[in-house]
Design a protein. Structure first.
Length: 201
């Protein structure tokens, strides 16, 4: 009896977990906007400073989709709440996030187990297709070893199978060169960064 009373008192003392938002616009403003906010993202440091953040973005974007939200519209609301909607960075972020989210969908990553991994900022496992059984890796399109200024940029990340990531080199091909030139024109890559990329092609 005493032990049961202790358990009840302990449960009452624990803070209640707030119920997750169930409306796409609320998810966008309350959950996605803080994750996308450039003012916060730009302060992050480390080897892969935004990987866990992007995995959580995928979780909330898929959660919003499951309750009727369209990914592009949800991201528009989130970016407006984060005060950078309509900028070149917002457009580049949105394009890359939606593309990677579609890859996770195709890879069968949005299973209950995969969603739980994403919610915690972790990498889900691919469950369908030729890469089934591999984890997802977030790869820098332009290698950070060449352009460290893009280490914490959502638009420089894409979701690929871990095996493909291990076999991928830092070689700059035509795709990477075209992106570097476009990002430089749009103010998303410095002239110094473009020069570094051009030197590696």
């Amino acid at each position: 009896m005493f032990r049961a009373l202790v358990y009840v008192l302990a449960a009452l003392a624990m803070p209640l977990r707030a119920e997750a938002p169930r409306k796409p616009d609320v998810i966008a403003r309350q959950m996605l906007a803080p994750l996308l906010d450039p003012a916060k993202v730009d302060t992050l440091k480390g080897d892969r400073p935004i990987n866990a953040r992007l995995y959580r973005v995928f979780y909330w974007l898929e959660t919003a989709r499951l309750v009727g939200g369209k990914p592009a519209e949800v991201l528009d609301i989130a970016q407006a709440a984060a005060h950078y909607a309509g900028t070149a960075r917002a457009k580049a972020d949105q394009q890359c996030i939606i593309w990677s989210a579609s890859r996770l969908q195709a890879f069968g990553c949005f299973t209950p187990a995969g969603m739980e991994k994403l919610r915690k900022g972790g990498s889900p496992v691919i469950t369908q297709g030729p890469h089934a059984g591999q984890a997802i890796a977030l790869d820098h399109v332009l290698p950070v070893s060449i352009v460290p200024e893009l280490a914490a940029r959502f638009y420089n990340l894409e979701a690929i199978p871990a095996g493909a990531n291990l076999s991928k080199s830092n070689k700059i091909g035509q795709r990477e060169m075209d992106l570097a030139r476009r990002w430089q024109r749009e103010g998303l890559l410095s002239a110094k960064g473009l020069k570094a990329v051009d030197a590696e092609k």
